[in-house]
Ligand binder design. Sequence first.
Ligand SMILES: NC(=O)c1ccc[n+]([C@@H]2O[C@H](COP(=O)([O-])OP(=O)(O)OC[C@H]3O[C@@H](n4cnc5c(N)ncnc54)[C@H](O)[C@@H]3O)[C@@H](O)[C@H]2O)c1
Length: 436
Amino acid sequence: MRISVFGIGYVGIVSCGCLAELGHEVIGVDVSPEKIAMLASGRSPIVEEAIDTLIAGAVKQGRLTATDDVVAAVHGTEVSFISVGTPSAADGSVALGAVDSVIRAIGAAIREKPGSHAVVMRSTVPPGTAEDRVIPLLEEASGRHLGDGLQYYSNPEFLREGSSVRDFRAPPFTLIGAPGGDDAAILREIYAAIDAPVHVAPIRVAESVKHISNVFHAVKLTFANEAGAILAAHGVDAREALRLLCEDRVLNISPAYLRPGFAFGGSCLPKDVRSFLALADQKNLAAPMLKNLLPANTAIIDRTFDAIARHGRQTVALFGLAFKQGTDDLRESPFVLLAEKLLGKGYDLRIYDRFVQVATLMGSNRAYIDREIPHLERLMVVSPEAALSGAKIVVIGHIAPEDRPALLAALDGHVVIDLVGVPALRAVPGYEGVCW
Ligand SMILES: NC(=O)c1ccc[n+]([C@@H]2O[C@H](COP(=O)([O-])OP(=O)(O)OC[C@H]3O[C@@H](n4cnc5c(N)ncnc54)[C@H](O)[C@@H]3O)[C@@H](O)[C@H]2O)c1
């Protein structure tokens, strides 16, 4: 494949060297004459492990050249990768000036090109950038429509400086954002020799995965630093504690707890967060991220209330009262907090929870119910049908699989706010989530 790479900074130069190594013919393009001159003479414009020999070898073999001539680069290649900078603007949003100008220049060159051309965004851009801004700009500049001699893909770069050549050769996956119905054959071919799974997703999803990956890394690092500092202040070998935390690949380093849904609760998480923060307070340690966990959790309950309130003061059927499905444990259940907020604001409420129902009948957990939530017990009904009858808004906190057919059968024009993501509900008109 013949590929032009626009922007030969940290990301672009690694793409140039590694794509040439894969056997492609690569042209590096930049607005910086110094960088073009360095690349043209076989030298890397950045310092990075393994890059010097890679670039020198590719240039020597004639597989890698450099130019500032956009038209020649576009006309001489089938595909253009964009890896220009996307720095922060003064307000914290991303500055897309370099993206705009490179898209305009590539588009103008495509206008004069006889064959078709693909444009691939490697730079990190926020979700929606392609569909709301870049594709319309590219279509306008090139005089073509997507699918008609013009293709566009998002292909975010996940490399880390310091090990970027290794990361390019062995990525966790190749992520491609493509328009619906386009299987991104050209990119699959370019990366055919890379041994990694290929995921093709809608463009907005691909753009957002790169964005949230970096936010997630920042959350992980801050967690490790704040938790580590609190542990160390109490005489714990924090590195060993965090090393062992990572040994749990079932709940800790895993997809567990990483699905957007609803607030956490129960008898352990809120209590243990509070007691860990008390350890920080005892040593006067700042832990701003950890200290915001409980307020952040409350904000999710408030957001759910707001989603309900947007539909007016209608009768609400709440499915699920215990802190999670399959238990009658009501301690610090976020659904209890949501129910109380609704009641406090004057909403009519019916509550169905199969397991709490059983508990009330059997007498187990009776003391807790009598002491803490007698006012909620009075609102509990015995079946999904009874919950739905007379209700306008259905909130699914959780629902046992055996109750789902009855719920689906009884739905009749209800607004459904699903906090857990029941697949069978997705097709219901008026269906919405809160954190997703
Ligand atoms: N640096 C990283 O580790 C890394 C990793 C993954 C993703 N990213 C993302 O990749 C993108 C590039 O990052 P970087 O660190 O390589 O940036 P960089 O600043 O090192 O390189 C950007 C290059 O683009 C060139 N450029 C600007 N306008 C141009 C134009 N109109 N035509 C051609 N070239 C132009 C600049 O001269 C510069 O050489 C950013 O969106 C960044 O967020 C960076």
